[in-house]
Design a protein around this ligand. Sequence first.
Ligand SMILES: CC(C)(COP(=O)(O)OP(=O)(O)OC[C@H]1O[C@@H](n2cnc3c(N)ncnc32)[C@H](O)[C@@H]1OP(=O)(O)O)[C@@H](O)C(=O)NCCC(=O)NCCS
Length: 162
Amino acid sequence: MIEIIAISEAQIESFHRALDTVARERRYLAFLEAPPLEATRSFVLDMIAQGNPQFVALSGGDVVGWCDVRRHPRSIYAHGGVLGMGILQPFRGQGLGTRLITTTLAAAQGAGMTRVELSVRENNLSAIALYKRAGFAVEGLSRNAVRIDGVYENIIQMALLF
Ligand SMILES: CC(C)(COP(=O)(O)OP(=O)(O)OC[C@H]1O[C@@H](n2cnc3c(N)ncnc32)[C@H](O)[C@@H]1OP(=O)(O)O)[C@@H](O)C(=O)NCCC(=O)NCCS
C-alpha cells in the first residue's frame, strides 16, 4: 500500500535519497546527482513556506516518488509554476505517476495557478505519455539542450492551462 501525502520536514532526508537515486540513473532528470542535503532541505522548506504543492509517495515510510510544482516568483509569471517528478525504478509502471501528478495538479489549481510548465528529455517516452494523458500540450523543442558524456539530447517544453 503506497500512500501519497503532502511533504513535511520529516520526509526531507528520504526525499533526498530518492532524488539522488533517480538522478544517478542519468536518463531522466536535469541533474546527475541530488543537490547537497542542505540545499534540498532549503528547497523543501521554501516550498512548504510558499504553499507550493509538493507531494511524496511513501512505501513503508520511505519516499519512493515525488511530484511538485514551484510557482514562479516574478509577478507577471506567478500564475504559473514548473512541475518536476520522479519515481524509484521498482515502483514505475503501476499507476503511481498518474496518482502523484493528479494530486499535485489539483493542488496547483487549488492554489490559484492557471499554468503549469515542464521540461522533459525527448527520449523519456514514458514521462511524455503520462504528461499528455494529464492534459499537457507540447509548446516547444530545445535542440541539443542536454549533453551528457558528449551525447546531445533535445528537450521538449510542455504546459497545461487550467
Ligand atoms: C515518468 C514517470 C514519473 C511515470 O510514472 P509511472 O508511475 O511509471 O507512470 P504510470 O504507471 O502512472 O503511467 C505510465 C503510463 O505511461 C505509458 N508508458 C509507459 N511506458 C511507456 C513507453 N515506453 N512509451 C510510451 N508510453 C509509455 C503507459 O501508457 C502508462 O499508462 P497506463 O497507466 O495506461 O499503462 C516514472 O516512470 C519515472 O519516475 N521515471 C523516471 C523519472 C522521470 O522520468 N521523471 C520525469 C522527468 S521529466
